[in-house]
Design a protein around this ligand. Sequence first.
Ligand SMILES: [Zn+2]
Ligand SMILES: [Zn+2]
Length: 58
Amino acid sequence: MAYVPKSLMLGRCWRCGRRIYKADDYFTCPKCGSMYCTTCAKKQRGKCPIDGSELIPH
Ligand SMILES: [Zn+2]
Ligand SMILES: [Zn+2]
């Protein structure tokens, strides 16, 4: 397994708990600031499950 410095980790997906790294594609909610992996963002059809806001891709 490759060593990944902790500083490159932005956080975890709020839905599945998967680690999100700077190099990854991920989504955030502009309203509540929650973070999601691409898999979960797709499952939620690009919307935040908490407030229904459109998720922003990064
Ligand atoms: Zn996820
Ligand atoms: Zn939200």
